[in-house]
Design a protein around this ligand. Structure first.
Ligand SMILES: Cc1cc2nc3c(=O)[nH]c(=O)nc-3n(C[C@H](O)[C@H](O)[C@H](O)COP(=O)(O)O)c2cc1C
Length: 292
């Protein structure tokens, strides 16, 4: 997840039981004319393997030079983002913007498979909108192009994050293709993992927002059962890795989104979170409150 699943958070999720790491999505245009943030985005820890770079771009001509360049970093796989509904991405025909252009998807997928020699995976939504649910067509197409695994987010591009995710189409994709299908959308709690597996027959699940502030979900430990001390220990570990990675001063504001999510839990009732987050050094303030 853009802005969340950086190397520090991914290594924590891995230690908690996640089985695969995807980088935050990478704008291929930023790789060709290297952008300063990109070095951090393509950094991963050996312990994260298998790890894949997730790419977005609007055409094979845009994506291929970046994909080839990334081979030097020795990832285990590459993932093609066909799911991002952000306007700045989709409106330029990248991410879920490509769902209107199966012919370009075919070209990109075939070239990625042929020219990188790596397993290539893809992440899709159900289609551009409810009048054009082309997930089966796109899934079969991806399989025919040699894609190794498809992750399906059970919403259309137009839905963005509105309405609950539809899981039935994920089950249809499982039936329609022979490659592994990963189900995604609205896995908020541990029980949802088993519901998704049972209802769709998918090979695995992808957890997005449900992991923010709750990496324990990967070890099937209920956050509600944890002590305040255990949550604070995780915040400390995450903060240390985050600030080592970003630099302490550069970390204070960006870490707040993680901090807020960790603290949104009954163990922290009574803590004035908005006030804490407005402090100059919120983590230090939190540790002061709890004598850490
Ligand atoms: C802040 C944010 C950033 C995201 N960034 C990415 C991304 O870089 N690549 C991607 O494939 N999906 C991204 N997503 C989508 C999620 O991976 C996931 O498909 C979606 O949130 C539905 O799953 P969930 O209900 O478990 O969150 C992002 C979602 C959020 C909320």
């Amino acid at each position: 997840m853009d802005g969340f699943s950086d190397q520090p958070f991914r290594t924590i999720c891995r230690e908690m039981g996640s089985s695969v790491s995807y980088t935050e999505f990478i704008n291929v245009l930023d790789l060709i004319k290297p952008h300063p943030y990109i070095l951090k985005r393509i950094t991963f820890d050996e312990a994260e393997r298998p790890v894949g770079f997730q790419l977005y771009g609007s055409s094979a001509d845009e994506i291929m030079p970046a994909a080839v360049k990334l081979l030097d970093q020795n990832p285990d796989f590459l993932d093609l983002n066909l799911g991002c509904s952000e306007r700045r991405v989709a409106s330029r025909g990248a991410g879920a913007g490509l769902l209107d252009h199966p012919e370009e998807i075919e070209k990109i997928a075939k070239e990625l498979v042929a020219q990188t020699g790596l397993p290539v995976t893809a992440k899709i939504r159900l289609g551009p909108d409810k009048t054009d649910l082309n997930y089966l067509e796109i899934s079969r197409l991806l399989q025919d192009c040699g894609i190794s695994l498809i992750a399906v987010h059970g919403r259309t591009r137009d839905q963005r994050w509105r309405e609950p995710a539809f899981w039935e189409p994920i089950a249809e994709v499982v039936q329609a293709v022979k490659i592994p299908v990963v189900g995604n959308g609205d896995i908020k709690e541990i029980v949802d993992i088993d519901r998704m597996l049972a209802q769709t027959g998918c090979a695995g699940v992808m957890i997005g927002r449900g992991a923010i502030g709750n990496p324990w979900i990967f070890s099937r430990v209920e956050k509600a059962m944890l002590s305040r001390k255990e949550i604070l220990a995780m915040i400390k570990k995450h903060w240390q890795r985050f600030s080592d990675f970003q630099g302490v001063n550069e970390s204070k504001v960006p870490f707040n989104k993680h901090l807020k999510a960790y603290l949104t839990s009954p163990q922290f009732f009574g803590v004035n979170i908005p006030q804490l987050l407005s402090e100059k050094d919120p983590v230090e303030e939190l540790f002061k409150i709890f004598n850490i």
